[in-house]
Design a protein around this ligand. Structure first.
Ligand SMILES: [Zn+2]
Length: 189
């Protein structure tokens, strides 16, 4: 056994943090090994993703996503083991982005949409992401976002539908949302 292997084995036996780090690195490698190559454009939303709320294709340059993912990887948030593997793998995957043959965009790796979906509104509004309407068969320059079917039952429950449309009025995104507020009465007697 080489000195380096010996040191690794001893650390594995006695150092909990090192053990966790080793396991994380192994899982990141396994996750990355299963991914396709990343092209310079990444499809960050589409009808096939998770909740089927998007009736459009949204893309973003891998280089812009890389800038975001490098900041995101250092955010002090606690997440599940798997989500952490995805978070740490993203910058490595994006950094290797290469030219594609033609205009094809790479789909997001499994588990990444959930993280990225939270930023979608911001990126679409700022123009960092590009939206493509199926019906118009072209990019949408001005996505209108509205809240419709608002339903406020009482002060503790409200529901609504978020809808995005293109200039021609085609629905690009539709999702029902609700908010429940629980009031806790405090009795001091
Ligand atoms: Zn349209």
């Amino acid at each position: 056994m080489s000195q380096r292997t010996m040191r690794h084995t001893l650390k594995l036996l006695f150092n909990r943090d090192y053990r966790i780090r080793s396991r994380m690195n192994r899982d990141i490698q396994a996750y990355l090994d299963a991914l396709p190559a990343c092209f310079e454009t990444v499809q960050i939303a589409g009808p096939s993703y998770d909740k089927h709320q998007y009736n459009c294709i949204i893309t973003m340059p891998a280089s812009s996503l890389l800038v975001w993912s490098l900041m995101y990887v250092d955010e002090p948030i606690i997440m599940s083991w798997y989500d952490e593997v995805v978070r740490q793998s993203l910058p490595i995957w994006l950094r290797q982005a290469g030219r594609s043959n033609g205009e094809k965009a790479t789909e997001l790796p499994i588990g990444a949409f959930k993280i990225i979906d939270r930023r979608m509104v911001e990126w679409v509004k700022s123009g960092a992401a590009r939206v493509w309407c199926y019906s118009c068969k072209q990019s949408v320059t001005d996505v209108s976002m509205s809240k419709e079917d608002k339903n406020r039952v009482d002060k503790s429950y409200t529901s609504w539908t978020d809808i995005w449309r293109c200039d021609a009025g085609h629905t690009l995104y539709k999702a029902k949302s609700e908010m429940r507020i629980t009031y806790i009465s405090q009795n001091f007697d």
